[in-house]
Design a protein around this ligand. Structure first.
Ligand code: SF4
Length: 103
């Protein structure tokens, strides 16, 4: 299951640097599948939230293969990084995504 950020977010930004997949973006920022160094227009997507930090579901692996627990949830001071019921995924799927993202 991907993690999502609820509207309890206080926009502190603590989560963003903790994500091993660069899956977290500030509200209003465009996201990309790449690590952000690509300048290709094709790899730029509209923000998922304009108001709060957000997580791109197709980039979140629940930190599988890197950490024992989701790092965004571990550092969030208001506990607003929660499992997303709309993106329930098995460990196998999450680990395959990790391999895809990191080669
Ligand atoms: Fe990134 Fe891990 Fe949070 Fe998913 S659970 S957004 S991979 S820090």
């Amino acid at each position: 299951m991907a993690i999502h950020i609820t509207d309890d977010c206080i926009n502190c930004g603590a989560c963003e640097p903790e994500c091993p997949n660069n899956a977290i973006y500030e509200g209003g920022a465009e996201w990309a599948m790449s690590d952000g160094t690509s300048s290709s227009d094709e790899d730029r997507h509209d923000p998922i939230s304009d108001d709060f930090f957000y997580i791109v579901p197709s980039k979140c692996t629940e930190c599988q293969g890197f950490h024992d627990e989701p790092q965004c949830a571990a550092v969030c001071p208001v506990d607003c990084c929660l499992p997303d019921p709309e993106h329930e995924e098995s460990e196998d799927v999450l680990l395959a995504r990790k391999d895809e993202l990191h080669g």
